[in-house]
Design a protein around this ligand. Structure first.
Ligand code: SAH
Length: 241
């Protein structure tokens, strides 16, 4: 089964964009995933093909119309999850990325202007996702971020070099620091333990670095990690991510 990405957008020319290069691009050309951008404007019904209107209650900008969005969504809906990129959505997590990558694909609704008429979220089964606490000018960049993080997890995309399981966030911790040649760069050397060939010592060093870095850089992650460790292994948590 091929992972199929359908992107509902006013700017279909933004896809595959950066996902057309490197490993994701090669996988796309080889049929490892599909990228189907759909123009929302094609579902406008009036003479001017309008997709937006002024905000009810006043205020700056324009709001995307629920009727036009619904027609676009209905034209592509199948068994895949439907996501909308919104700053009010649930923050994207590696756990969510993994869940999406393990499924048949995804339909992503990209906002523009002031965003969506809120009724679309009541009228259709759409999950709102945010890529962080900052405002983009449109959902397309968010969709590209989400897709990039999913595609690298698809079987065969990254090759044997890494299955991605050792990466930051996969373990609930940040990744340990990495080094490569030259051994001496501007008087700074690679930690001795990494040249020891002692795999147990290396693993212990990496674990301790990952823990220290997470504690210092991301106390929020560390707290969650420690919480998960002391709690019973199953049944205690309701949130998936
Ligand atoms: N008025 C809205 C922002 C609209 S930005 C508000 O204040 O919440 C225009 C579009 O960009 C949004 O509809 C959404 O699709 C996208 N977007 C902006 N920031 C985003 C973020 N952090 N995560 C995901 N999508 C975002």
């Amino acid at each position: 089964m091929t992972f199929a990405a359908t992107i509902l957008t006013l700017y279909p020319e933004m896809f595959p964009g950066p996902l057309g290069v490197s490993l994701a691009g090669r996988a796309l050309r080889e049929g490892g995933w599909r990228c189907d951008p759909v123009q929302i404007r094609d579902f406008a019904t009036d003479r001017h093909r309008s997709v937006d209107d002024t905000p009810a209650g006043g205020g700056a900008g324009m709001v995307l119309r629920a009727d036009v969005l619904a027609a676009a969504v209905d034209s592509v809906a199948d068994d895949r999850p439907i996501l909308a990129m919104t700053p009010r959505g649930r923050p994207l997590s590696q756990a969510k990325v993994r869940a999406i990558a393990g499924g048949p694909g995804v339909i992503i609704l990209c906002g523009r202007f002031e965003g969506f008429d809120e009724r679309i979220f009541a009228g259709r089964a759409i999950e709102e996702v945010s890529i962080g606490d900052y405002i983009l000018s449109g959902g397309e960049m968010g969709a590209l971020v989400l897709l990039d993080s999913c595609i690298r997890l698809l079987p065969g995309v990254m090759g044997a070099a890494s299955s991605g399981v050792d990466e930051s966030f996969e373990t609930g911790l940040l990744e340990y620091p990495q080094y490569t040649r030259p051994f001496d760069w501007e008087g700074r050397t690679i930690p001795e333990v990494l040249r020891s060939g002692d795999h147990a010592r290396i693993a212990a060093w990496r674990k301790s670095m990952a823990e220290t870095d997470t504690r210092l850089r991301r106390p929020d992650l560390w707290e969650r990690h420690e919480g998960a460790r002391v709690r019973p292994p199953s049944g205690a948590r309701h949130e998936k991510d």
